[in-house]
Design a protein around this ligand. Structure first.
Ligand SMILES: [Zn+2]
Length: 438
């Protein structure tokens, strides 16, 4: 039924005429294929605190990576907000209309007080951040195909399909990214989704039901939400875990099944949904994976794809414990340390307070002047001051200067050692609060 909506003649016609802003954006070599905007974060007069999840997770990941010397505001890619026109590339008009009811959004986000708010506030404070993150995922698909890899610091709304939201997922960013890649990039005809969030990815599964172009590998806890038996039919390789599965069992499943999936199906693009709600102590994921296990998991996936030369992009998906941001940042630093991701041009880009123009390329065509610099500087300071930076890690090692910002990859000697330790000096937060589903 979802497929029928996606393939309607009206949408087919729009497909021909439609230009996607993420594909029009001018991204320079001096920018990492890492996408983030301060607009990702949900902040709403303290209302977000009514639900004990880290609504600023995405900003904290960025700040950790910035403090580690990896990223700067001018060396990342900032997405624009996804437009209605873009969302309609996948979503039904009926579904988008339903988001004009605050009650619907309260159900999707699982924050009941949202139902009491005027919808214009819900749109601005809740859905707008999701639209930015969705745009980031669309852009990640494009950048991964150009550069070999990309990371969206947000996104991964894998419970949302073209006509139904849920589990904190209001837009089907994964479906959108894949559909745009199919539509906009010649030669992209096969995509693999590796979904390693603790929950079953029923949104993209419903959207790609009976679509032979998309191979879905899903490893999830079978005893938790969403129990979507219909969507399971779309999974080509499925691993159903029991509660409290530990590192050893989990990582063996990941290693074996990613390897076998890639032997069965050679995609033009891999979408990696890297939810961190598999973390021990996450009350909704109910698995027992350590921070080190998460870092190793991401390493396995990147190694297997990058050594085969397969373009891959990662989205951060679920996992909202306070310590999650630190773990995601550590994992990205580990990928960089192993040269599984790199961008020498970004690492060596001059600072923006020299005479070099801004390189925030999605915006550079319209607001690259002094005023924009001042505004960005103020925003950056405001953002930084709102973060608790007391547990920031130490800078990671710089990458090999011989490694280009692209698909080619020269592997370090320890690349094949999946058990190689990650920098143990990277500390983590200790609080342990409930998480929202994802
Ligand atoms: Zn989840």
């Amino acid at each position: 039924m979802a497929e029928a909506l996606i393939s309607s003649p009206e949408i087919e016609e729009r497909r021909v005429k439609f230009k996607c802003q993420q594909y029009e954006a001018d991204v320079k070599a001096s920018q990492w294929p890492i996408i983030y905007s301060s607009e990702y974060n949900i902040s709403f007069c303290g209302l977000e605190k009514l639900h004990p999840f880290d609504a600023g997770k995405w900003g904290r990941i960025f700040e950790f990576l910035k403090a580690a010397g990896m990223l700067r505001e001018d060396t990342i890619v900032e997405p624009m907000e996804a437009t209605d026109e873009e969302l309609k590339f996948v979503h039904s008009a009926r579904y988008l209309c339903s988001l004009r009811w605050s009650l619907t959004v309260a159900g999707i986000t699982e924050i009941p007080p949202v139902a009491l708010l005027p919808n214009f506030l819900v749109q601005r404070k809740v859905l707008r951040p999701f639209r930015y993150q969705t745009s980031g995922t669309i852009m990640a698909g494009k950048l991964a195909l150009e550069r070999g890899w990309a990371i969206n610091i947000g996104g991964g709304f894998h419970h949302c399909s073209s006509d139904r939201g849920g589990g904190f997922c209001a837009y089907a960013d994964i479906t959108l990214s894949i559909k745009f890649a199919f539509d906009k990039i010649e030669g992209v005809s096969k995509v693999m989704i590796i979904d390693l969030d603790a929950h079953q990815g029923n949104g993209h599964e419903r959207d790609f039901m009976d679509d032979a172009r998309v191979f879905i590998l899903d490893i999830y806890n079978r005893d938790i939400y969403p129990h979507d038996g219909f969507a399971k039919r779309a999974i080509r390789r499925k691993v159903e875990l029991r509660c409290y599965t530990n590192n050893e069992t989990y990582l063996e499943h990941v290693r074996r099944n990613v390897e076998r999936a890639l032997n069965e199906f050679t995609p033009d693009l891999v979408v990696y949904n890297a939810g961190t709600d598999i973390l021990e102590g996450d009350p909704l994921g109910s698995l027992s994976i350590t921070p080190q296990g998460i870092i190793e998991r991401d390493q396995i996936v990147f190694q297997k794809c990058r050594t085969r030369g397969l373009p891959i992009f990662m989205v951060t998906s679920g996992g909202y414990l306070r310590e999650t941001a630190r773990i995601v940042a550590d994992s990205i630093l580990n990928l960089r340390k192993l040269n599984l991701i790199s961008c020498v041009e970004a690492e060596t880009a001059p600072l923006i307070d020299s005479d070099v123009p801004l390189t925030s390329l999605t915006r550079s065509r319209s607001d690259g002047g002094l005023f924009a610099r001042l505004k960005r500087s103020c925003l950056s300071r405001a953002s930084s001051s709102s973060q608790n930076m007391s547990d920031l890690g130490s800078p990671a090692e710089p990458p090999s200067p011989s490694h280009p910002c692209g698909i080619e990859l020269s592997l370090p000697k320890d690349m094949t050692d999946l058990d190689s330790p990650v920098d143990p000096s990277l500390d983590r937060g200790t609080s342990n609060t409930a998480a929202i589903d994802h």
